[in-house]
Design a protein around this ligand. Structure first.
Ligand SMILES: Cc1cc2nc3c(=O)[nH]c(=O)nc-3n(C[C@H](O)[C@H](O)[C@H](O)COP(=O)(O)OP(=O)(O)OC[C@H]3O[C@@H](n4cnc5c(N)ncnc54)[C@H](O)[C@@H]3O)c2cc1C
Length: 246
């Protein structure tokens, strides 16, 4: 059996110090993804640094920016009064994730760090032009997701509130995880549509007028062929647009 150490961090500084530069020292938030990966030997960790007691779960709105702490759970985001009032599409997205256990334990920071191509949040954050705050500074979400994992501790996500936003998805019937989803945000009359569960290298902006002809970059697995996913993206983009305009 592999030895696995556990450290409960009592401050951000403590967490960062314990992680050091070692990729096998890993932050543990809700454990919904990481513990499965360890159990199935998909990742090997020597130390888990528990970051769940750092108070990183605050949600607040200042002016036209909504800030969500990395430790906020999906349930918290789905029920928070500021999110419900100012960005109901994101509250609905959070309420769609997985099952009760995943929503109650899983965090925004864990979902952002994972950057799963089928994850719901990366598409929303890209469409919304969010900024990601880590211990290394604050970065535009395009840059953050484009650069790949850095190992920095994610502290919060800052979202400039759009004029309107909407979200449509089709979920996997067993896990309730996203099969394909589209998030659209409108600001100053411009609409940005971003798809999840479509492209193998992650969430990407799409042009809803242009069908996806090149299927080589589209996810293709037993849950949905590339052709089916490319078709669904446009169906869901139209549904999201109808919701946006309703
Ligand atoms: C059954 C099931 C269904 C799911 N369905 C959906 C779905 O419908 N939509 C969707 O988007 N997602 C879905 N997920 C994924 C879910 O969103 C993630 O499992 C969860 O959000 C990960 O958060 P966590 O706090 O549990 O992270 P953990 O599992 O604790 O950590 C995951 C990774 O992120 C790193 N990490 C965690 N927090 C931070 C931080 N603050 N800074 C830096 N690195 C960090 C960890 O080191 C680890 O590498 C599903 C998962 C399961 C198991």
């Amino acid at each position: 059996m592999t030895k696995l150490d556990y450290h409960r961090a009592d401050s951000v500084e403590d967490a960062v110090r314990e992680r050091g530069a070692s990729a096998s020292h890993m932050y543990l938030a809700g454990g919904q993804t990481l513990l499965n990966l360890i159990k199935t030997h998909a990742v090997s960790a020597e130390m888990l640094i528990d970051i769940s007691r750092l108070g990183l779960n605050k949600i607040s709105r200042k002016g036209d920016v909504l800030s969500i702490g990395a430790g906020a759970t999906h349930t918290q985001i789905s029920q928070d009064p500021a999110v419900l009032e100012h960005l109901p599409a994101l509250a609905r997205l959070a309420a769609c994730i997985g099952d009760n256990a995943v929503r109650n334990r899983g965090t925004l920071g864990g979902a952002v760090a994972n950057n799963d191509p089928s994850g719901d949040y990366p598409a929303a954050l890209l469409a919304l032009g969010a900024r990601i705050e880590t211990t290394a500074g604050t970065t535009d979400s395009h840059r953050f997701f484009g650069q790949g994992p850095t190992g920095d501790l994610i502290l919060a996500v800052h979202i400039p509130l759009p004029e309107r936003a909407a979200f449509a998805r089709i979920q996997h019937q067993a896990s309730r995880s996203c099969l394909v989803g589209v998030f659209v945000a409108e600001r100053e009359g411009k609409r940005r549509f971003v798809a999840s569960g479509c492209f193998a290298d992650g969430a990407k902006e799409i042009d809803i007028q242009t069908p996806i002809d090149d299927l080589s970059a589209v996810l293709d697995d037993s849950f949905g062929s590339a052709k089916y996913r490319a078709h669904l993206v446009h169906v869901l983009a139209k549904r999201a647009l109808l919701e946006l305009e309703s």
